[in-house]
Write a protein that binds this ligand. Structure first.
Ligand code: MSK
Length: 630
């Protein structure tokens, strides 16, 4: 195994403890203290039985008060809350996708945004029936971007990307009336249905939850992923590093955080500019280091090899190092705590989007038309802040791991081509991967996704489950903060093959891959849907027959529920380690964990015991193999 060693959760925690000590010296608050003050949580909220959708309440359901003032029972209340939660997630992902469509619409040959993957643009144009012959690539980009934007409010029909799914899946969506129409329509329809005096029938509420989820996964998120690839390049395997040790004490440290790559791509461009590097040196630094947190980090790691400082629950830690000149955020998953925390240090907390405005921040409004100037101003601000550091507060934990990232579907197909032990197929199919699965060299795959949540010891569930899966020859595709947990631990180092069962280890060696493949950010779970669709088409099986499951063991956001709904609605069993506030209704819980299987051939499993969750996933994968006779 050479010198390879995973970073343990105990080591993470010891490093965090030391940073919290620094925080105490300057009177900084932290999520660990706030979580303690918020515990125990409100039981009504946890069970989903509190209704505050009209001003007659709030109504809380108890044995003595089994109905709200309007007469709605607990199942209607829990179901409406679940649908609203989903709509929040679908709106968020999809609005991200809309921003990316808009950025593509603004692309120009002279920049700042250019078309970096014209082949992908041509593929999408043909798929959508757009004439490509003899067209200037930028004219085509604008035409396709306009069509992409139109998907949000299309008057008739369903989402264009649905045609990427296997015929059988499309038929299910039609039959069950969950094929998403206009993206915005599914969000507003969800809010309409869950308004006072509309739906309270569990089946109707859960059906719309699946539909709104699909409008995200096969609509807005897919647009976000596909058009980001067109603009910034489709990811290919690339080396990077992960954990706080990627920050460099002698350099100006800029940390990008959030989700939208339009901002972070520009920051990376300008941080690399010789003029800016010279300016940093003039200000006493040796250079400029850009690193990332959350999904913005995943985006720039996959395309540029920018190192990953950490995931969701590590966002405060980057400031606590005392070596962060600027934490620059765009949208989603940003703690408002970063404002007051930054004030305890010299750090500039820079918000950039009208969507995510927060107190105690410097607001530099970023938009596609002025992106270059905005990014330059932010990089300059960080450089000029270097001199304000308090050296006595600087401590960067000496902790990082190597990681190979950048496994888009295209990259996975290309990389695994040639690995299967017989009948290697031509480029462009998933057949080599299928061959590994049907021969049993790989038993199956788990899509590991989602956040951290203080309800779970941070990163433990991600890491322990991944270790368990790969030891059982189950390959992992990971995204979001789950991917970063893996990278920080060392599971994206190719040497992690040593932790695999014999079959997966052999595949890792032959294909020269780590056993946990980094597929990107939260919106990139759409890549996983495309991979599942291709595997089904190439094998002639239904998606639900594939030995593949999804898992979000530490999820926390509304987006995660929307994701779970589209993964299940695509036919993939999904395993959660945190309850989605539905335990108050046995009818809603039954629908999600069993009933929806009759509609979409998959369902949820919720299990807080991580070991049992892992066993259940392996059992499900083996069950599917047995059913296929492989
Ligand atoms: S960033 S949604 S904490 S995965 Fe996409 Fe991480 Fe979850 Fe945000």
């Amino acid at each position: 195994m050479g010198n390879f060693k995973l970073t343990t959760v105990e080591e993470f925690e010891a490093a965090t403890e030391k940073l919290l000590e620094t925080g105490k010296k300057v009177g900084a608050d932290a999520w660990q203290y706030r979580a303690a003050k918020q515990t125990p949580h409100c039981k009504f909220g946890e069970q989903g039985v509190c209704c505050r959708i009209c001003a007659m309440g709030p109504c809380r359901i108890t044995p003595k008060a089994p109905r709200g003032i309007c007469g709605c029972d607990v199942h209607g209340i829990v179901g409406r809350n679940y649908l609203k939660f989903t709509a929040g997630g679908a709106a968020t992902h999809s609005d991200h996708g809309r921003e990316i469509c808009h950025t593509l619409y603004c692309a120009k040959p002279e920049g700042p945004y250019k078309v970096k993957d014209p082949e992908k643009l041509l593929r999408i144009a043909k798929e959508w029936g757009v004439e490509t012959e003899g067209k200037d690539i930028y004219d085509l980009a604008h035409e396709v971007a306009y069509l992409g934007l139109s998907e949000y409010g299309k008057v008739f029909g369903t989402q264009n990307f649905l045609k990427r799914a296997p015929q059988h899946t499309q038929e299910i969506w039609e039959r069950e009336e969950i094929a998403p129409r206009a993206i915005d329509r599914e969000v507003s329809c969800s809010l309409h249905m869950s308004h006072m005096g509309c739906s309270s029938l569990p089946e109707a509420l859960i059906r719309q939850s699946l539909r709104a989820g699909l409008s995200d996964g096969w609509g807005g998120s897919m647009a976000g992923t596909e058009f980001s690839d067109v603009l910034f390049g489709t990811p290919k395997p690339i080396e990077t590093e992960a954990n706080l040790g990627v920050m460099v004490a002698e350099n100006v440290n800029i940390v990008v955080h959030g989700h939208d790559p339009s901002l972070s791509e520009m920051i990376c461009e300008y941080a690399d500019d010789p003029e800016m590097i010279a300016y940093a040196k003039e200000m006493g630094a040796k250079g400029i280091t850009v690193s990332g947190v959350c999904c913005t980090s995943n985006e720039v790691a996959m395309r540029r090899g920018i190192p990953m400082a950490g995931n969701f629950l590590q966002q405060e830690n980057v400031v606590l190092t005392g070596a962060c000149e600027a934490i620059v955020v765009d949208v989603q998953c940003i703690f408002p705590a970063l404002g007051p925390l930054s004030k305890c240090f010299h750090t500039k907390f820079v918000t950039t989007s009208p969507i995510a405005q927060m107190p105690d921040a410097e607001y530099i409004r970023f938009n596609a038309e002025t992106a270059g100037e905005n990014a330059k101003a932010i990089v300059k601000m960080a450089i000029e802040n270097f001199k304000n550091r308090k050296p006595e507060l600087v401590h960067i934990p000496d902790m990082k791991q190597k990681a190979t990232v950048g496994y888009s579907v295209e990259a996975i197909v290309k990389t695994l081509d040639g690995v299967a032990n017989s009948q290697v197929d031509e480029m462009g199919t998933t057949k080599p991967l299928l061959e590994c699965i049907t021969s049993g060299v790989i038993r199956g795959a788990v899509a590991m996704v989602g956040c951290n949540n203080p309800k779970v010891r941070p990163d433990t569930a991600h890491i322990e489950l991944m270790k368990k899966m790969i030891a059982n020859d189950i390959i992992i595709i990971a995204s979001g903060c789950s991917a970063q947990a893996a990278a920080k631990a060392g599971l994206m180092d190719k040497e992690a093959k040593e932790l695999c069962g014999a079959g997966l280890k052999r595949v890792c060696e032959l294909a020269d891959i780590p056993p946990v493949l980094h597929m990107g950010s939260c919106v990139d779970i759409s890549r996983m849907m495309i991979l599942a669709a291709e595997l089904a088409k190439d094998s002639g099986l239904n998606i639900s027959q594939l030995p593949v499951v999804g898992c979000a063991p530490e999820w926390m956001s509304e987006k995660a529920v929307s994701i779970g709904n589209y993964v299940v609605a695509t036919g993939i069993d999904t395993f959660l380690g945190v309850d989605p506030y539905v335990s108050g209704s046995d009818q809603i819980a039954q629908l999600l964990t069993e009933g929806v299987r009759d509609w979409v051939e998959a369902a949820y499993t919720v299990e807080k015991d991580i070991d049992k969750l892992g066993d259940a996933m392996i059992a499900r994968i083996e069950e599917k193999r047995t059913a296929l006779g492989i």
